[in-house]
Design a protein around this ligand. Sequence first.
Ligand code: UP5
Ligand code: MG
Length: 201
Amino acid sequence: FSTNDVTVVFFLGGPGSGKGTQSANLVKSYGFVHLSAGDLLREEQNRAGSQYGEMIKEYIREGKIVPMEVTVALLSNAMADSLASNPPAPGTKARFLIDGFPRKLDQAVFFEETVCPSELVLFLDCPEAVMETRLLKRGETSGRADDNAESIRKRFRTFVETSMPVVEDFRGKDKVVTVTADKSVEEVYQEVKAGIEARGI
Ligand code: UP5
Ligand code: MG
């Protein structure tokens, strides 16, 4: 597909900061197509015959970042599928909200060079203690293999060491809208909306 046909917004934030929750709202009001890198990886992990299933399972449990070739292929295939089944009207662009990606600097560079540059980065800023409480609570019912105290600790470490530098890099390019996420879902959403609209997306 052509990058002229799409607008890409990256949605970043720590584990449990609320990316998935807010994405659902944004899809409804702004017509974004929501692509969660983590959801795509979990689907691939469960796909019969996937050569990556075991590897993805291990990386997710350890809170490590899956090699980017796998994730970028899943994302760009999902974008192409979406454009094929739902092409943008002439003169308009398809809008993709890419949740939980890029999580490492080299992934950001690779995606923007080989798939599509991003327009904006939404960043949910949330204290670890709040994210931990949310994830442990969700873990009671989510069935996610990484919603346990040990995996959560590892996810936090990866986020601070590897993913925050991506946010800082985009911040240096003035592409980041930061929203404080330690508030009610509705309050966070109002700020997310204000941030998007201020940037004319
Ligand atoms: N909740 C949400 N907002 C709330 C609020 N304002 N007030 C009170 N509660 C709130 O929310 C988490 C929980 O908090 C929910 O129970 C929600 O109701 C509540 P959610 O919206 O799910 O938060 P989110 O930020 O989406 O959390 P998630 O756990 O999905 O974040 P992660 O970034 O950890 O997970 P992801 O699925 O993106 O990645 C998982 C793993 O996949 C990674 O650790 C990594 O191993 C792998 N991965 C890669 O390797 N590469 C990638 O590019 C992406 C993922
Ligand atoms: Mg999520």
